[in-house]
Design a protein around this ligand. Structure first.
Ligand code: ADP
Length: 410
């Protein structure tokens, strides 16, 4: 072998050695997944990666939070989704208790889940974690006990329940609304049927009376008048119920529009008393009116309707005792007071009676009603920029006070 040939061979060996050293380096550095070696049986593939590598990839890509912890609840691994849920870097949680990620009120539930997983092998239940924004986030924790290289661990999977909770809330709200509507339909049909029945009966009686006097006898005027009054009373009740019901619909749909005009509040009180005349008369409550002139710009029909609602309530709940209606001006406000000497409104109910379908059972007695009159009234007052409140009347009974801005130009 000549000298040149030897030099070439040594160069080849050195090159192979360099390549081998590089390959070893790459293997040591974890940059090689597998090597292909040509052997007697042909090509053979040797892989270097941990066989659990695909599972790790899976856990890292999961849309559920995953965690490994020691049996006593110390975190050893968090996947990216868990870190994202709690807004904590995975590395900073290692060696810390899971408890630190859990909303204080839910720590008892977590301890219980850990205990059950340690004893029974697995457990599952809802828990609130502390989300990255510092607020509680509801998750379903599934914890199972496992053995990893002879060491006992807990595998924790957290499923975010935010969307589910939102759907459940929407479902419950919708159900409540449907139930409320069903209740309203039931009460409304009952309430409407009563005056309708009386109306029909009175009309039939009047008809019979007219027929029996068709032969030239004079019709007893008092008797006929009394019947017509009853007819009007029921028709008025029906009309008010229907108007209030229609208004509940308009308020709900945000369609309550005011048609303002300038008038004296006292005129509206007189008109309302005329509309409620029969009901007041039937209640037996005497009415005292103290009305000072107050002009303003309001929706006349609505103002009359709200006075009718307050006055008929005073008649209905006033135990036949005197009712006092006062109108005065205080600065830029018209002030209406309707006082009765009935059972009054208990303190507990003074806010809620202005909400729809809220009623009070007075002394165990159920007085018919829909529970919408005060709601409609207070919405109308709000639409005018005013306020309404109820308090005890000194000496017993209730006092409703309405204050409406005058809204006069100039
Ligand atoms: P309704 O009279 O049809 O029940 P309202 O909305 O007008 O509906 O009133 C709601 C509730 O407020 C009534 O059920 C009643 O319990 C209470 N309430 C209203 N006005 C008076 C009053 N003047 N005195 C005592 N309670 C009243």
């Amino acid at each position: 072998m000549d000298h040149d040939m030897q030099t070439i061979q040594i160069g080849d060996v050195a090159l192979s050695l360099d390549e081998a050293a590089e390959t070893l380096d790459a293997i040591r550095g974890g940059r090689v997944d597998a090597v292909v070696v040509e052997g007697l049986e042909g090509h053979e593939v040797f892989t270097f990666r941990d066989p659990s590598h695909p599972f790790r990839l899976l856990v890292e890509a999961m849309s559920e939070g995953a965690m490994l912890a020691t049996p006593d609840g110390i975190v050893s691994y968090l996947n990216p989704r868990f870190s994202e849920l709690v807004g904590v870097e995975a590395g900073t949680m290692q060696g810390h208790a899971i408890e630190e990620l859990v909303w204080p009120d839910a720590r008892g539930a977590l301890a219980d889940l850990l205990e059950r997983a340690r004893e029974g092998g697995s457990s599952r239940g809802p828990v609130q974690l502390i989300a990255s924004d510092g607020l509680p986030v509801r998750v379903l924790l599934s914890i199972s006990r496992a053995c990893l290289a002879d060491v006992e661990v807990l595998c924790v999977v957290a499923t975010d329940l935010t969307e589910q909770t939102r759907q459940e809330d929407l479902y419950h709200a919708a159900r409540e609304e449907i139930e409320e509507r069903d209740r309203l339909f039931a009460v409304a049909s009952h309430e409407l049927r009563n005056p309708l029945g009386v109306l029909e009966l009175q009309a039939r009686l009047l008809e019979g009376l007219l027929e029996s006097h068709g032969g030239g006898e004079t019709l007893p005027v008092d008797r006929a008048k009394e019947m017509v009054t009853k007819l009007r009373l029921q028709a008025g009740r029906l009309a008010r119920l229907v108007t209030n019901l229609l208004d509940v619909g308009s308020i709900g749909a945000g369609r309550l529009r005011l048609a303002r005009e300038e008038f004296d509040f006292g005129d509206a009180v007189r008109a309302a008393l005329e509309l409620a005349r029969d009901e007041i008369a039937r209640s037996g409550s005497p009415i005292e009116v103290d009305v000072k002139p107050v002009r303003g710009c309001w929706d006349r029909v609505r103002v009359e309707q709200m006075i009718v609602n307050l006055v008929t309530n005073a008649a209905k709940y006033g135990l036949g005792r005197p009712i006092r209606i006062a109108v005065s001006r205080s600065g830029g406000l018209a002030c209406l007071r309707v006082e009765d000497q009935g059972r009054g409104v208990p303190a507990e109910a003074r806010e809620r009676i202005f909400r729809p379908y809220e009623r009070v059972v007075h002394g165990g007695r159920s007085i018919p009603g829909l529970g919408i009159g005060l709601y409609v009234t207070s919405e109308m007052i709000k639409a005018h920029g005013g306020t309404i409140r109820v308090e005890d009347r000194p000496g017993g009974g209730s006092r409703f006070t309405v204050e409406l801005p005058l809204h006069l130009a100039g």
